[in-house]
Design a protein around this ligand. Sequence first.
Ligand code: ATP
Length: 765
Amino acid sequence: MEAGDRVPADLRLLEVHGLMAQEAVLTGESVPVEKSTRAVAADAALGDRAGMAYSGTLITAGQARGLVVATGTATEIGRISGLLGEVEPLVTPLVRQMNRFGRWLSGGILTLALLILVFGYFVQHLPFGELFMAVVGLSVAAIPEGLPAILTVTLAIGVQAMARRNAIIRRLPAIETVGAVSVICSDKTGTLTSNEMMVATVVTGAGRHLRVTGSGYAPEGRVERDGEAVNASEVAGLVDLARVAWLCNDAELRQDDGQWNVEGDPMEGALVALARKLDIRTLDNDGPWVRTDLIPFDAQHRFMATLNHDHQGHAGVFLKGAPEAVLDRCRWQLNADGEHEVLDRGWWERKQEEIARGGERVLALAVRPEAPEKTVLVFEDVADELILVGLVGLIDPPRPEAIAAVGECHKAGIAVKMITGDHALTASAIARQVGLTRAESVLTGKDLDALDDAQLAEAVRENDVFARTSPEHKLRLVMALQSHGLAVAMTGDGVNDAPALKRADIGIAMGRKGSEATREAADLVLADDNFASIVAAVREGRTVYTNLKKVIGWTLPTNAGEALTIMVALSVGFTLPINPVQILWVNLVTGITLGVALAFEPMEDATMARPPRRRNEPLLTPAILWTIVTASSLFLAAVYGIFLHAKAQGYPIELARTMAVNTLVVMEIFYLFFMRNFYTTSINRKAIRGTPVVWLTVGLVVAAQFVMTYAPPAQRLFDTRAVPLVDGLLIVGSGVVVFGLLEVEKQVRLRRQGRKAVAGVSAAQ
Ligand code: ATP
């Protein structure tokens, strides 16, 4: 187990290196406790059993091995499993808002209905039966019964679409927020780059600059000096360097179907490949070096060290890490004769910068011989007096799809910030390659420490690349960005990234290399660790949000139109143009069927060409509200127009009502085509071609309307009559007219908005 892991079973610890476990789930103790292999009293309380690691707890630091002593329900956590796993809310803020709106609306409508009933009966002395039907009709009409169902379907489709793109939503509310993201803070290694590392440069202790050939993790390739292959034994210090790379390492290379893969950290895998290219296994023919102790890598101290013994009674400390961290601990360097001389720190720093400038990740390697009796390695042992054996430079090319995704973000008004633990020059070179703006100006963790919160808030606006950062910096950066009202997405993989992920509006964990701790803190998990998947999630998130808005903007006018029709009828003493059963039919059958089509709406072309929506933007923007009002009024006018026309023709009331209800459904269909393209035109080939789902739902609804109108059993149920062909055409014609009017209004609005946006941009410039 290592930092970030969730303990998989109850374990008796056998080997422990600086292990700390967060056991709050079991003991309630909020600070991580230190573990050891010592025996404790047989009756020690759970929290004091230092020799045990318990299933379900989190490792926050160190490494350990243990023996499984209990699994499943036999574990300590298993016994209290009923208490485990909080229930996640299954509604999003928007759905909650809509539910609240629905309850409020229902309450209001029912009160109004009651008042009308009392007033009509006692004051106007209307017949109770008729009045009661009208009031029921009003209640049914005004309440959008189908809306919650369609909203849920829309969200479910969004979750599925994201999962198909390797972005797994862990908390449903995140699906709304992800569409509003205005800054993405991303790790470099593995997210923007492919995390397929290879050592390309080696500088030995004696200052020899070598290039390494090969591809991927295959341990095949050669080490060259000025284009000529060299043997490890020919270059002073090269064997020592290969030995550190080989021993201070937890990765393994495996060949599956001819393909070389790493088990463990890809960077360490690359070092194993280097050591094998240098044929370390033959060179170390004195026998294997056995690891006796270890200081595991940690993003805080940025190095890893091992203590090893060989069979000839030698012992040594082998250390690798970020050059600054290693140079701080070295006093000597290995010269061409294999002897120690005083370290020329300035020379190594320049060398490191030279390699980093090419975008390579630089690691420094060091050793120190030890007395054979030494078996325990602590921090003081590696504080100084180490001998530098050289530097290695690792290439890790940017992911091609990440380059495209960064470009897409910039078009969509989303800022991309790179926050990496790597060296400033490496970060800057990779930032340039992936197309980040302002790649040259890099702030390091040290720079950030020197800034107070106000200065930092200023600095985050002007910089896109942050290097040599530790996890605490991520938290500060999130807060600084949020202070500008930005919705921040933050990626993380290490155990210490969890607080930053929790704080971010969207915390993103890596599915592959990420630790369990970050995954638990995250809202979104990337199955492929790829930056492009974040952008795909944002795209889907924007689509879901737009579709939710369309569903609401489409449903409400239908209800409002119906309710207004009945209210007008009541207030001017008309007979109801639509009866309550018909209204229920429109709301529950045609409404839900057509509404579902909007849940399946594909992404609009302009989705990623718009800036992100403001964090607190209301769902019903003025444009949507205005459309709801206009559409409701037009629906009312059309339904009444047709109803009055039918009555003027002397048609029976049943036929007039049939025509009115058919008009309402025709309006819904045309309004659906209008709403589908709320932000563009609805009159072009693509818009009219629609999608299979749209035509399927329209086909179903038209068929259902024919049955309702012409099939005798349905006529009995709904009290409908067959509509003559000419009147049918008139109804469809009224739909075309309403559609035309709405479309003209939309075009005027879009033009006006376009002009405003252009004016805004030129003012900003
Ligand atoms: P990014 O934040 O871009 O994903 P990262 O997560 O790999 O980068 P860290 O893990 O914080 O960054 O590593 C910081 C530095 O520590 C690296 O640049 C490297 O020099 C050093 N380092 C990383 N892994 C190891 C390791 N296993 N052993 C020794 N040193 C390491």
